[in-house]
Design a protein around this ligand. Structure first.
Ligand SMILES: Nc1ncnc2c1ncn2[C@@H]1O[C@H](COP(=O)(O)OP(=O)(O)OP(=O)(O)O)[C@@H](O)[C@H]1O
Ligand SMILES: [Mg+2]
Length: 215
């Protein structure tokens, strides 16, 4: 049995992660590859309940930074055990919308929590199985805000806790992602997301072929 592959999608809000995961899943499925798409936080019943707290202050009180961090870690641990490891064990490909690098970019680079500590919490949550490939969909923050505004004006949802953060916050997220990519060039690929959806999709597909299908 061919081994399962684990790909994560990262990037600022509105950079096209959900759109491109759908596209890659279609492309892989057309080649007869079994694909599981999931997302963070969420992807399990427990994780979706956690997602609700994280996105909307469902607890009815401001969420402490450390509580936020550990809720993300809890959701990730559950997803790993319930969904990701079993799928990889069956030889399937897993496409995950956000993963460990979101913690480092948002809680670390943007909120200023200790990156080394976050790295240890990430490792504990995932138990050692890192993504084979991480696609950083990169977009200028101005463009990302424009896309989100368009999405709201089209009536698709409203701003969550992170989307209400300042532009400076999101700028730090973006720069953080670039530092993470520079630190692990073997795992990361940066994809310019300020292109038409089809163009980004074909770039994603080229990168996936080159990184995971060409051996
Ligand atoms: N390449 C693109 N060009 C223009 N618009 C795009 C492109 N990719 C996605 N969009 C649009 O931008 C919005 C955000 O895309 P999408 O939901 O895929 O991003 P996301 O990274 O998953 O966002 P979030 O972080 O909020 O989950 C959507 O309305 C989508 O249709
Ligand atoms: Mg999305």
């Amino acid at each position: 049995m061919a081994p399962g592959r684990f790909i994560t999608f990262e990037g600022p809000e509105g950079s096209g992660k959900s759109t491109q995961i759908r596209r890659l899943a279609e492309t892989l499925a057309a080649r007869g590859i079994e694909v599981v798409c999931t997302r963070e936080p969420g992807g399990t019943a427990t994780g979706e309940a956690i997602r609700n707290i994280l996105q909307h202050d469902a607890a009815g009180e401001p969420l402490a930074d450390r509580a936020e961090l550990l809720l993300f870690a809890a959701s990730r641990a559950q997803l790993m055990e319930q969904v990701i490891l079993p799928a990889l064990g069956r030889g399937e490909w897993v496409l995950c919308d956000r993963f460990i690098d979101s913690t480092l970019a948002y809680q670390g680079f943007a909120r200023g929590m200790d990156i080394a500590a976050l790295g240890r919490i990430n490792d504990f949550a995932i138990g050692g199985r890192k993504p084979d490939l991480t696609l950083l969909l990169d977009l200028e923050i101005e463009r990302s805000f424009q896309r989100l505004e368009k999405r709201y004006s089209d009536g698709q949802g409203s701003a969550d806790r992170f989307e209400r953060e300042t532009r400076d916050f999101h700028q730090r997220v973006r720069e953080g992602y670039h530092q993470l990519a520079a630190r692990e060039p073997g795992r990361f690929r940066i994809i310019d997301s300020d292109r038409a959806i089809d163009e980004v999709a074909s770039k994603v597909w080229n990168v996936v072929q080159e990184a995971l299908l060409s051996q």
